[in-house]
Design a protein around this ligand. Sequence first.
Ligand code: C5P
Length: 214
Amino acid sequence: MHVLITAGPTREPLDPLRYLTNRSSGKMGYALAHAFVGAGHSVLLISGPTELDVPGGVDFIPVETAAEMHSAVAQSLGHIDIAVFAAAVADYTPASVAAHKIKKAAATLTLELVRTPDILGAARGEFGFTGTLVGFAAETQNLEANARDKLVRKHCDLIIANDVSKPGIGFGSDHNEVLLVYPEYNEALPPASKHTLAHHLATVILELHQRRKP
Ligand code: C5P
């Protein structure tokens, strides 16, 4: 199988020195890349900046911004069977990038932000992807309802949802506790290390891919 995984945060520049980003460590996406490659599949990892080592045997495209991730995914999806979007993509980016360092002056500074491209949302329509599509949802409230809304709106086969307000799991942590949201039902998985969870999720996603094949 050819598997594409997006991972990590994106980094949206404000000026030559500064950027907007988020707390994603990339651990879940990298653990998934490791699990799929260990199971004998061909993996392309498209990742924003992280401190992690790229797992051996994984093809790697490093990106910084949401726009760069969008075009890397657009160019790569053609030969992909399974796409897993684990990246924490910035929803907004500065409307313009200052050519020089923004100097401090007035007591307040207002930034104008514009929406970034929704990469997962573009997969089915804009990119014409027909393979198995898996998204993540990091929520702080109404986990199941928000994940199910995402599943339907973005035409996914599975949303892996986690409540990032729970202490000790999710962003930055080595552990995670997820709810699998399918079109027909949900399945809550027990808390586990991201490594253990990634192996289980890779198996679940491969089974899902087999089931949905005509
Ligand atoms: O809507 P929300 O950002 O919470 O959706 C999360 C899912 O969508 C994740 O799978 C994430 O990788 C993906 N996403 C994306 N492009 C964006 C925003 C989110 O691919 N611009």
